[in-house]
Ligand binder design. Sequence first.
Ligand code: CO
Length: 504
Amino acid sequence: MITAVEKTYKLYQEKMQELADVNHAISVLNWDQETYLPQKGASLRAQQISTLTKIAHQLATSEELGDLLHQLSEQENLNEWERRNVTESLSAYQKKQKYNTEFVVRLSKVTSECYQSWLKARTASDFSIFQPALEEMIQLKREECELLGYDEHPYDALLDQFEPGEKTSNLLPLFKDVHQQLVDFVKEISDRSQVEDQWMYKYYPKDKQWQFGLEVLEQMGYDFKAGRQDVSAHPFTTSFGSNDVRVTTRIDEYNLYEMIWSCIHEGGHALYEQGLKQEDYGLPTGNYLSLGIHESQSRLWENNVGRSLPFWKANYKRLQEAFPENLQTVDLEKFYKTVNIVKPSLIRTNADELTYHFHILIRFLIEKELIEGSIKVKDIPQIWNQKYKEYLNIDVPSDKEGCLQDIHWSHGSLGYFPTYSLGSFYAAQFYQQAEKEIPDLEYQITNGNMRPLLQWLRTKIHQYGKFYTAEDLCIAITGEKLTFQYFMDYAKKKYGYIYGLKTK
Ligand code: CO
């Protein structure tokens, strides 16, 4: 006998799955657009995506779904998982209801203008071209904060869209730690002699790189029966459900850094998606928790594993065999140091795993102050350049290599950047716990056996989807909230060795 509540829950689940079907169809079209879409298909494709997006919006905001959610939220006999799904879906539903049509239309118009003017400004390397459109965007974003509501700081409303529950008051002390501890440490590194890496820019034929990338994904435990890898201009991961999770990579025949770590990074994202519960398809518990937690998975594999000595003990011989003419004379130790060079630089996406966080710190401060209204859009280049001098000790030669380098603001994605740093910090904290709980982890990785680690991530993180908040997940796994110290300990141990620093 099926009870009335069970019936309502089942109806809710069906509605959520319908919505997921449409959203994943959009993802398929987007994936195709980035990989195989012929030139002439572009304009119709934009229309197709826009139509499906409208349908998805209708489903997500339908009265029917709202009624089901309200009914269920009053039920007492739901189990813990069901309750969590209902609460989470209702909160997402209510947030969507806060947007009126007039605002949505304005936002979409300003977003497309903003993106176009950013493209022009970047080509001309002139921020003033972008300024008027960005001013409008910031104004809209400030309205959005009021529309959505917040308890402490307006910027929290924007953070919440990417990192649910994250607050400015949490990030400020976290980034203060970054500033206080990392600036000095990077300075210590800069005083040491730099590692060489000219062999990374020799000729590395495409096919052999591709093959090596596939082998690495295989070794990580990526399931090729539930996904595939293709080439795109910018590497990304996309999911159409946990049994079809695609990754893409990019190969530069004169830069070995490019393909290997983008493969590992996207592989980390993909393992998370493949590890989500198939039976919870469409529901919050079958969906990734937050961008920060997603990024913790990619960065854990990319940096904590993929730039570690044990990982290269397992894989370097194969890499040398694939490219003997370039790597025969480079021993493992040298190679390990090479792939961990720390050097302040201008472009965020090329930054090493330490100085990377200054790029984020700067963007976070600027975004927060723009939303508060304590700085003006026209002052961005000057503030940007001054902060790059202060934190990274480098001069920014042009807007193109400075405040125009990232696409995010032109899309209106304010509140996104902090999730990148959160990812690294969560990764460090999770990884030290994995080391504690898997006593022979290093030995297993040295032998190319990544299964114990993947199993640990599956059990501790992947299977839960949105069951926990990020903070509760972190506490459940490590016994405490996110703490910068774990990242710093990791950095000191690793780079102290690489750069021959005295560790206190
Ligand atoms: Co990523």
